[in-house]
Ligand binder design. Structure first.
Ligand code: PHE
Length: 457
């Protein structure tokens, strides 16, 4: 991906493109964030709303972003200004690109801290400490980690260095190729975990929790969380998919490819849920325990299954890898933007951007210990008790990504000619009419309705 600002190459194949998009989409969002959000939101009702959001909002917006990128053939900000000039639309549409760069910056700062957790847990599993864990000690292990700002900082730094190294060296292509074997390996390991989970007494309860909705758990807040996560998990609303789209050759079918990415992303998340909740119920753990959920459940499984330490190391390594490919896709647009806006070369721009991300990440590190009682927006009831980490997550997933994605789909569905969109998407008449209807009405109204209910009701 990283050569984009130098020579504008096209993807060698649909496969290479799909892998890069999956590499960005599949990450901590699927395996770390999805399960804990399900747990905090009370289970299946959240899952079902999330699936509806993926299908009716995520998929059309993903297609819109790729379509814009392919038309504009530039970075997201330049793409938006170029297309709006050509179509004689307001320059304000460029903000879609700007919002994306800012969003990527904020997200990567805390994403890297969690990437650090995955690194530490790789080490924990290699050291064999999972073998004697009980439900209590697995919790203590995790809370001990959170209480240690030095350790968190160290591994946040390591994760950032890994990310910077790849973006700086422009070797992301190699990493994308590695994704070809590593992503399926991650999928297979998740299946192994689900099979293990199926042997535990809590399996039925876990699956029930995940798929059998208790609608009384549904409220505006839950729906907003589900929609925000649909954006986060598909890497939408940040110009990232738009940038990828600029590498897409004309013969690639956007609809079919988008469907592939969305299905893979969703399957990985659901598998993670099916592995984790049975363990939660079998061990009497708290499903609503928050961001530590996978770190307090999976080690128990690895500690008890045969070959668990090997699986444990492999699993956390693959998780690191999935997080890494996503982190690279987050750093790339910031670096590109800096490179264009300043006199810095690629190495300089990567170092400056990486350092800025790392610095903000320190605030997230501290949110779990020294600043755990600091709620910067605590004077507003809505944000009471939210740490810096909570706020960064809230503002990006629940506000910025949906707004930027909304603007992208409105642009495509309302500001571009129907025929131009049509020729880009290359679908049958019926399928296109349905898509256009969803893109014009369902997706934008859906985002707006969720906003109103989640923020004000
Ligand atoms: N989609 C990634 C994940 O689920 C996170 C991400 C968000 C990556 C936004 C890029 C942009 O982990």
């Amino acid at each position: 991906m990283s050569q984009k600002s130098h020579s504008h190459a096209q993807w060698s194949s649909r496969l290479a493109f799909t892998l890069a998009a999956v590499g960005s989409a599949v990450g901590l969002g699927n395996i770390w964030k999805f399960p804990y959000m399900v747990g905090q939101s009370g289970g299946a009702a959240f899952v079902l709303v999330y699936l509806v959001c993926i299908a009716l909002i995520g998929l059309p917006i993903l297609m819109s972003e790729w379509l814009l990128g392919r038309l504009g053939q530039k970075n997201p900000i330049a793409t938006m200004s170029e297309i709006s000039r050509r179509l004689k639309r307001s320059k304000a549409w460029t903000l879609v690109g700007v919002g994306g760069v800012l969003g990527a910056y904020l997200i990567l700062s805390f994403y890297s801290v969690i990437g650090g957790w995955a690194l530490i847990y790789t080490g924990y599993s290699a050291s064999g400490i999972f073998t004697d864990l009980t439900s209590d000690s697995v919790g203590n292990l995790f809370s001990g980690l959170l209480a240690s700002p030095g350790t968190l900082l160290l591994w946040h730094s390591v994760f950032m260095i890994l990310t910077i190294a790849v973006v700086m060296g422009g070797v992301a292509g190699g990493l994308e190729r590695a994704a070809k074997t590593l992503m399926p390996a991650l999928g297979i390991l998740l299946v192994v975990l689900v099979i293990y989970a199926a042997t535990t007494p809590g399996f039925a309860a876990g699956v029930n929790y995940l798929f059998n909705p208790d609608w009384s758990k549904l409220n505006g807040e839950v729906v907003l969380a589900a929609m925000g996560h649909a954006f986060f998990t598909l890497s939408l609303g940040m110009g990232i998919m738009m940038a990828y789209g600029s590498y897409l050759s004309d013969d690639v079918n956007i609809g079919r490819t988008a469907l592939t990415v969305v299905v893979m992303d969703t399957v990985i998340a659901l598998l993670a849920g099916m592995a984790i909740f049975p363990i939660v119920f079998s061990n009497g753990l708290d499903a609503a325990s928050g961001p530590g959920l996978i770190f307090q459940t999976l080690p128990l499984a690895f500690g008890h299954m045969t070959g668990g330490s090997v699986f444990g190391v492999l699993f956390f390594l693959l998780l690191v890898f999935a997080a890494w490919t996503s982190a690279i896709s987050l750093l790339e647009p910031i670096v590109e933007w800096l490179e264009e806006r300043s006199s810095l070369n690629r190495v300089g721009a990567t170092l400056v951007a990486g350092l800025a991300v790392w610095l903000l990440g320190v605030a997230s590190v501290l949110s779990f210990n020294l600043w755990s009682g600091v709620a910067p927006l605590g004077i507003f009831a809505h944000f009471a008790g939210m740490t810096v980490f909570d706020l960064l997550d809230y503002v990006t997933s629940k506000v910025m990504l949906p707004l930027t994605g909304l603007a992208a789909v409105i642009f495509v569905a309302w500001k571009m000619g129907r025929d131009e969109v049509r020729s880009q998407l290359n679908m049958s008449d019926g399928a296109f009419s349905l898509w256009h209807f969803i893109a014009r009405f369902i997706a934008p109204l859906g985002v707006l309705a969720v906003f109103v209910s989640g923020l004000w009701i």
